[in-house]
Design a protein around this ligand. Structure first.
Ligand SMILES: Cc1cc2nc3c(=O)[nH]c(=O)nc-3n(C[C@H](O)[C@H](O)[C@H](O)COP(=O)(O)OP(=O)(O)OC[C@H]3O[C@@H](n4cnc5c(N)ncnc54)[C@H](O)[C@@H]3O)c2cc1C
Length: 255
């Protein structure tokens, strides 16, 4: 299928994108890498009347350590994140997780901002943000606020972003503790059936609910996962328990 007709406008700055969002209203959508939005439009699951292309806004594609925080611009592409030496040395959980995100063609276009704003519950990066206790920068015409990752993912493909807000960056406190990342998927590059991203004692599961779910290492799993064509709820619960045991062993936190 082809996407329904839409208008297209390219924003030159975050301020312009936010002004356009405010002016054009909820029928307008930001276009970053297009790797989730365009397939959804082609399948007629989304039909925005206007696309606001933010892909060429300068200054939102940096990765930088400032003090004890890693700053990542919203337009950093998945492949850049995967290959970043700064990310590998300071937040290796992200490097490991990125190996499991889609395929090279998609990684060369998809952005971290688009991925987090899309809020797919089976996606690796939202769970990493929870495990890493990241803060997400949301910018609107009236300024920028930060939202804790724990408050950002509010439901199935839902976030705390207001309709006139754009995700402009991510701040990750440099983790001191060890990390663990594993996912169980049918094929390499597929979305996970169940996955776990852990930083120290913070265990964030994905593909087990309508959003990523955080547990402390000491907590028992309390999950009611969905069933679908890939797995029953009982299978997901079992796999989450397996990943939890593996993580606790790997992190020296003994189950
Ligand atoms: C075949 C295939 C396999 C994939 N496999 C995986 C996988 O295994 N794991 C995984 O995590 N992802 C996977 N993806 C999705 C991919 O990672 C996307 O790149 C990502 O989810 C969306 O990023 P994007 O930049 O392409 O966003 P877009 O598609 O441009 O936008 C997605 C949504 O986010 C909004 N948006 C974009 N940028 C912003 C912003 N800065 N602020 C506010 N809203 C914004 C858009 O309006 C839209 O609603 C896959 C995609 C495909 C096509």
């Amino acid at each position: 299928m082809k996407a329904p007709a839409f208008d297209y406008v390219r924003a030159a700055s975050a301020a312009e994108a936010c002004a356009l969002l405010a002016r054009l209203g909820p029928d307008a959508r930001l276009l970053a890498g297009g790797q989730s939005l365009l397939p959804a439009m082609n399948l007629r699951l989304a039909s925005p009347s206007v696309l606001i292309d933010i892909g060429r806004i300068a200054g939102l594609d940096g990765i930088e350590v400032r003090g004890n925080t890693l700053h990542i611009g919203a337009l950093v592409r998945h492949e850049t994140l995967l290959r970043s030496a700064a990310v590998a040395s300071h937040v290796p959980l992200l490097t490991e997780a990125m190996r499991h995100v889609a395929h090279p063609a998609i990684r060369s276009r998809g952005t971290i901002g688009g991925n987090l704003a899309h809020a797919d519950p089976a996606s690796e990066l939202p769970a990493c943000m929870l495990a890493l206790n990241a803060a997400i920068e949301a910018t609107s015409f009236s300024g920028t606020r930060t939202i804790a990752a724990g408050d950002f993912f509010t439901g199935l493909f839902q976030t705390a972003l207001e309709p006139d807000e754009m995700l402009t960056g991510i701040q990750i406190p440099l983790p001191a503790a060890g990390f663990f990342f594993q996912e169980i998927a049918r094929r390499s590059g597929d979305y996970a059936i169940v996955g776990l991203a852990a930083s120290g004692g913070r265990l964030a599961f994905f593909s087990v609910a309508d959003r990523p779910v955080l547990f402390q290492a000491s907590e028992a799993l309390d999950l009611d996962p969905p069933a679908d064509l890939q797995a029953t709820a009982a299978m997901r619960l079992h796999l989450a328990g397996v990943l939890r045991r593996r993580a606790l062993t790997a992190l020296g936190l003994q189950p």
